[in-house]
Design a protein around this ligand. Structure first.
Ligand code: UDP
Length: 239
């Protein structure tokens, strides 16, 4: 089932249901895209038709972050937030358990190298058949390498909307696989950026911790949230 927010359908799954659905997508005979959506992405999509279509065509759109949860609550819908970074980590565990060949793309060379090393230490049996930093010019060269290695789970961390556009393009090129955009997850897994303390995570306030401790994010994200919620209210009054 899904719920609607500002014209976008967002899947209404619990964390465990989302994992089961995603495992189904790994087995499906095509390339599938999971988008972990946040208010900034919806705002980008409102100005960018191509990105808007990518979101609409995604096989799964999960509500990442408290902004989406609040926006849905304003419109009377109670949906459980699924932090993309936790979801992606869980999918890596599922992949290791089922011996699913996995690829990871994105971030700076030293970041992805360290993240892969840490993940392989943490998740026994994780089969990473390919990884590449996120600063390449030629998408097709990476697609060629992916075709040769044929991973079934591919995590892509290029920031948004770049990662969603890359995954969308891959849909017509790669062999069947599940692809998930994972934003800044590699920076966390490499140990370069610390996650907020658990108490902030549990209250849904990880964004507040990150915006206050990273001033560049503060300027970008802090004004965006109230504006986003106002827009949701306005939209709600119109229907
Ligand atoms: N990134 C990348 N290639 C690019 C731009 C960004 O690999 O061309 C990586 C960046 O190093 C970081 C991740 O994408 O690891 C997320 O970037 P950012 O924090 O800007 O995106 P957000 O999480 O805010 O979507």
């Amino acid at each position: 089932m899904s719920v609607e927010l500002l014209g976008f359908n967002i899947d209404d799954y619990t964390f465990e249901e989302a994992v089961i659905k995603a495992k189904g997508l790994i087995d499906s005979p095509k390339v599938s895209q999971i988008i972990t959506i946040n208010p900034e992405m919806i705002q980008t999509a409102e100005k960018d038709n191509n990105f808007s279509n990518i979101i609409k065509e995604a096989e799964m759109v999960i509500p990442d972050g408290v902004g989406i949860e609040l926006g849905l609550r304003i419109t009377g819908k109670n949906v459980q937030r699924i932090p993309g970074i936790d979801f992606a980590k869980r999918m890596l565990y599922e992949a290791s358990r089922n011996d699913i060949p996995t690829a990871i793309i994105g971030a700076k060379e030293e970041v992805i190298t360290k993240a892969v090393e840490n993940l392989q230490k943490e998740i026994s049996g994780l089969n990473i058949v390919y990884f590449h930093n996120g600063y390449f010019q030629d998408d097709n060269a990476v697609f060629e390498e992916l075709k040769a290695k044929a991973p079934k789970l591919i995590l892509v961390a290029l920031g948004s909307p770049k990662q969603e556009e890359f995954i969308y393009k891959a849909k017509t090129i790669l062999k069947p696989a599940l692809m998930i955009g994972i934003g800044g997850s590699l920076d966390v897994w490499s140990g370069n950026i610390k996650r907020a303390p658990k108490v902030f995570q549990n209250l849904g306030l990880e964004w507040l911790y990150r915006t206050v401790t990273q001033p560049s994010r503060f300027k970008r994200i802090f004004p965006a949230l109230p504006l986003f919620l106002l827009k949701v209210l306005n939209y709600k009054d119109k229907i």
